[in-house]
Design a protein around this ligand. Structure first.
Ligand SMILES: Cc1cc2nc3c(=O)[nH]c(=O)nc-3n(C[C@H](O)[C@H](O)[C@H](O)COP(=O)(O)OP(=O)(O)OC[C@H]3O[C@@H](n4cnc5c(N)ncnc54)[C@H](O)[C@@H]3O)c2cc1C
Length: 514
């Protein structure tokens, strides 16, 4: 029997972290969303180990940041040692980072997914079908049609005005579109061993990359009470042999014993690195691992998928509300170069961390130890700003600090909310903005937000309680910024004329010329 369902605004295929975040972001905007997931229940085992402050800001937007905290540990340092335990690199993570939350969290992924799942289930706009394997996909001028097979073998047909494939690295949607992969040909075969600790074990470091050419190991906590040891698969050992618990315990004996922990999972992963050659085919888009895969050396795979979801969700919302669907082209234009840079960084870092050649590893150690002794600050890991697409001269995330309005004090996004925002240093900076531009911006749903940082006779909307914005405006010499619904800066204005030009450019790009 083939059951038909009413047309949805968006179909999301796959309920991993990308699909969950996207469905929640769409559902909260009132977009009618149908999610199709092949498994009947949550995977319930950890894969990813860490996320950053930008991801936490997205969880904040979804209203679940506080709920994430019990499944996370704030990570304060990023440490590499060599086989002799000499420290090669020791970077302190910022706390708070630019997004207003600690820059790095270690997480227990089942906790994070349970929180997102409960959120999705609570949204009347999101309908989740589990145990539903998508097997065919077609699109016409008006909609995308997929068929899915349930666990009982019954077929269902779903139609959506748009469809996003969040169905992972080996996903069906990309293949159905005939989209190829750019493969970096960087493959690493690793054994990931997860433990539940009975109590705190002082010998277990919270975070260590052991750069031993004979046996590189990554030791990371994966949220409260859980720890992961990852080893490169030894040459000449089969997967089956490597996955025997009796072979794993001796490898961790210096850190933890069976009296102190349960070995909860042994999984063999071949890390790969690739990018989909196109992320959009008319009404179908790709996000998360379906669009890009990377080795976990930078802990940015899931994080990048959640960035995709954040970037795409408000654009789909605007298009469904009647804006031109050319806006959806800006998704790949902005996200592809960003994630390409991160994949290449992750490969570069992985190569240095896991050097097999003893002579090269010795040279690496000598250089890194000398740099530490000379008090050289290690390069801060910074990613590219967004460019192209719907970005003028911005592309960075608008920082998040503590502000006060007459009603409340808190993080900027909680006090002001998100959306199209024109944020200026003082009310006077808006005075040269022609009425029709202010009107055009308001028609977009945009709001004006004023600080009292420049000289002003009018009362501003916000006080800069935490001091972040006084520094930010003064250091950069801007009077204002236009910030997008995903908190990325569309553009920055050095003066009032610049602000008018920026507003005109934005409205022109969105086909609302003034
Ligand atoms: C060992 C390891 C460590 C990692 N560490 C980190 C880290 O610390 N930080 C980080 O950010 N990332 C990390 N990653 C990467 C991260 O796990 C992935 O990038 C992330 O899981 C991708 O999420 P996704 O939702 O895009 O895809 P997936 O998690 O693969 O989800 C895809 C979903 O689609 C469903 N699906 C597939 N096909 C169909 C179909 N035809 N019909 C219906 N449903 C379908 C699947 O069942 C699945 O639920 C790590 C990965 C590994 C392996």
């Amino acid at each position: 029997m083939n059951s038909q369902h009413p047309i949805a605004d968006v179909i999301v295929v796959g309920l991993g972290p990308t699909g969950m975040s996207l469905a929640a972001l769409l559902g909260q905007q009132g977009v009618q969303t149908v999610v199709l997931e092949r498994y009947e229940s949550l995977y319930n085992l950890p894969r990813a180990a860490a996320f950053d402050d930008e991801t936490m800001r997205t969880f904040q937007k979804l209203g679940v940041a506080e709920k994430m905290l019990p499944g996370t540990n704030v990570q304060d340092r990023y440490i590499w040692v060599n086989g002799k335990d000499d420290v090669l690199l020791d970077i302190a993570f910022e706390n708070p980072g630019p997004c207003g939350w600690p820059a790095q969290y270690m997480m227990y992924q089942p906790h994070v997914e349970t929180v997102l799942d409960e959120l999705i289930e609570s949204l009347p706009t999101v309908e989740v079908h589990r145990g539903c394997l998508v097997t065919t996909l077609e699109q016409d001028e008006d909609a995308v049609t997929v068929t899915a097979v349930g666990l009982d073998g019954a077929q269902s047909t779903f139609r959506g005005r748009y469809l996003v494939g969040c169905d992972g690295g080996n996903g069906f949607v990309r293949k159905a579109l005939g989209v190829g992969l750019d493969d970096y040909n960087f493959y690493e075969n690793w054994l990931v061993c997860d433990f539940r600790l009975h109590h705190d074990v002082s010998r277990v470091p919270a975070f260590r990359q052991v750069c031993n050419p004979d046996d590189p190991i990554a030791i990371v906590n994966i949220g409260p009470g859980h720890h992961r040891f990852s080893f490169r698969l030894e040459a000449g050992v089969t997967r089956e042999e490597a996955e025997q618990p009796d072979r794993v315990w001796p490898r961790v004996a210096d850190y933890v014993t069976p009296d102190e922990a349960d070995l909860t999972r042994i999984a063999n992963y071949t890390y790969s690195s690739s990018l989909a050659q196109r992320w959009r085919d008319r009404r179908v888009l790709l996000a998360g691992d379906a669009a890009h895969q990377m080795p976990p050396f930078l802990a940015q795979g899931m994080v990048s998928g959640i960035r995709d979801a954040r970037n795409l969700s408000w654009k789909l919302g605007m298009v469904l509300a009647g804006n031109s669907d050319e806006l959806l082209d800006s998704y790949e234009q902005e996200r592809e170069p960003h994630v390409r840079f991160i994949i290449e960084k992750a490969i570069e870092l992985g190569r240095v961390q896991t050097m097999r050649d003893h002579e090269q590893a010795k040279q690496r150690d000598a250089q890194m130890i000398a740099a530490r002794q000379a008090n050289e600050k290690p390069d801060k890991l910074e990613y590219l700003p967004l460019s192209g697409g719907l970005i003028s001269n911005g592309g960075e995330l608008f920082p998040q600090g503590v502000v006060s309005s007459p009603e409340k004090t808190g993080l900027f996004d909680d006090v002001v909310g998100t959306g199209w925002l024109m944020i200026v240093n003082c009310p006077a900076s808006l005075s040269a903005l022609p009425k029709e531009m202010r009107h055009g911006f308001a028609e977009l749903g945009g709001r004006e937000v004023t600080f009292g940082i420049g000289s002003t006779f009018e009362v501003p909307d916000l006080s800069d309680t935490g001091g972040v914005y006084t520094r930010w405006f003064r250091e950069n010499g801007y009077v204002g910024a236009i910030v997008r619904p995903d908190s990325y800066i569309y553009g920055l204005a050095p003066d009032q004329q610049g602000l008018a030009a920026l507003t005109r450019e934005l409205l022109g790009q969105l086909a609302r010329p003034v």
